[in-house]
Design a protein around this ligand. Structure first.
Ligand code: ACO
Ligand code: OAA
Length: 371
């Protein structure tokens, strides 16, 4: 048997949801650039789950379905109010809340294609409400109900802040959601597929995936990018800071990628938004120091900025608390996880690889009192 550390380069499944070929990302064959510039998050979710773009009436119907399923059970709100939210990381709270949500879904274990699709709608609808309810309750405020006349992105910002969001803010959020929606067989998506390949339910798959996304080598990097920028403080400190980290063999968050070599095609969109939003908010330094770091790491290590790098200064400019950055990633990636779980159910086989045993052999058991 031969092993590949971290399964690098191993092709573990077939999929027709998203592809990364020659550093280009597509969703169901549509270029990410076209979708980011011209589409809505709702349309992209439809695309990922149905593997085709919707017609006008289909998108209207789908959008209505999403909004009408956004309310969350009161028990979940009471659950958030029952402990000190300031002492927990939002991703941990989210992991538990989504698992709890499954207990209120009578169809959680109904495995028909139709039931799973309906659960996907319910989960995608409610995740944005869960994250915003958590954030508001943590700040001592009451959760806000979604508005049926708002898009998914607008509702997220509205439920978070209680204010009607500006067009530019909605555009940025919509684009960020589209860009994070799916990414082939990344660690959290693989986790979700492994989970439901045992024919477990989608709530289990999503809960497992949230756990995988939380880590700093994956979705957890975006929050840490902002921590790094905050520590750097001013543009002139950026290079000395990064040099120091590199000298200590520490990784620079938001840089590098397992698959991309020349660059992450999502990063340029977030970079553009970061420039616009940081200028608009009178804080161009976050963008400027990010560019310095990106250029330095590219020149020194040949590593590209990934999707987490510029999303940090985008979300910061939208006034979002830093520890909500990864939950925002999760809101978007729910759509990809759900698409992959639906695909897995449709053509399932248990995922069970092998491990090469490298431990001791032929040991003689010694009773405990003689050791
Ligand atoms: C949405 C996402 O999940 S995108 C990824 C988000 N994660 C991050 O931004 C965390 C920072 N980046 C990383 O840790 C890595 O680049 C990963 C985990 C994303 C992918 O890396 P892998 O393919 O596993 O590469 P690995 O970690 O083995 O690194 C290979 C080499 O590049 C270096 N390297 C990789 N990323 C970085 C980085 N961000 N900063 C500095 N050096 C890095 C490693 O130190 C290693 O160098 P060496 O060969 O001299 O020892
Ligand atoms: O694909 C990966 O390994 C990580 C990533 O960029 C993502 O999940 O968006």
């Amino acid at each position: 048997m031969s092993t590949t550390k971290g399964l690098e380069g191993v092709v573990a499944t077939e999929s027709s949801i998203s592809s990364i070929i020659d550093d280009q990302l597509t969703y169901v064959g549509y270029k990410i650039d076209d979708l980011a510039e011209n589409s809505s998050f709702e349309e992209v979710v439809y695309l990922l789950w149905n593997k085709r773009l919707p017609k006008v009436e289909e998108l209207e119907e789908f959008t209505k379905e999403l909004v009408s399923n956004m309310e969350i059970p009161n028990e979940l709100i009471e659950h958030f109010k029952s402990y000190d939210l300031k002492t927990v990381h939002p991703m941990a709270a989210l992991r538990t809340a989504v698992s709890l949500l499954g207990l209120f879904d009578e169809e959680a274990d109904v495995m028909t294609e139709d039931a799973n699709y309906k659960k996907a709608i319910r989960l995608q609808a409610k995740i944005s409400t869960i994250v915003t309810a958590f954030a508001r309750i943590r700040d001592g405020k009451e959760p806000i109900s979604p508005r049926s006349d708002f898009s998914y992105a607008a509702n997220f910002l509205y439920m978070l802040t209680g204010k009607e969001p500006k067009a530019l803010e909605v555009e940025a959020m919509n684009k960020a959601f589209i860009l994070h929606a799916d990414h082939e067989l990344n660690a959290s998506t693989f986790t979700s597929r492994v989970c439901v390949a045992t024919l477990s339910d989608v709530y289990s798959g999503i809960t497992a995936a949230i756990g995988a996304l939380k880590g700093p080598l994956h979705g957890g990097a975006n929050e840490r990018v902002m921590k790094m920028l905050t520590e750097i403080g001013e543009v002139e400190n950026a290079i000395p800071y990064v040099k120091d980290k590199m000298a200590n063999k520490e990784k620079i968050m938001g840089m590098g990628h397992r698959v991309y070599r020349t660059g992450d095609p999502r990063a340029k969109h977030l970079k553009k938004m970061s420039k616009e939003l940081t200028e608009l908010t009178g804080q161009p330094k976050w963008y400027e120091m990010s560019v310095k770091i990106e250029d330095y790491i590219k020149a020194e290590k040949g590593l590209p900025a990934n999707v987490d790098f510029y999303s940090a200064s985008v979300y910061h400019s939208l006034g979002i608390e830093h520890d909500l950055f990864t939950p925002i990633f999760a809101i978007s990636r729910f759509s990809g996880w759900l698409a992959h779980m639906l695909e897995q159910y449709a053509n399932n086989r248990l995922i069970r690889p092998r491990a090469e045993y490298v431990g001791p052999r032929n040991q003689v058991f010694v009773p405990i009192e003689e050791r």
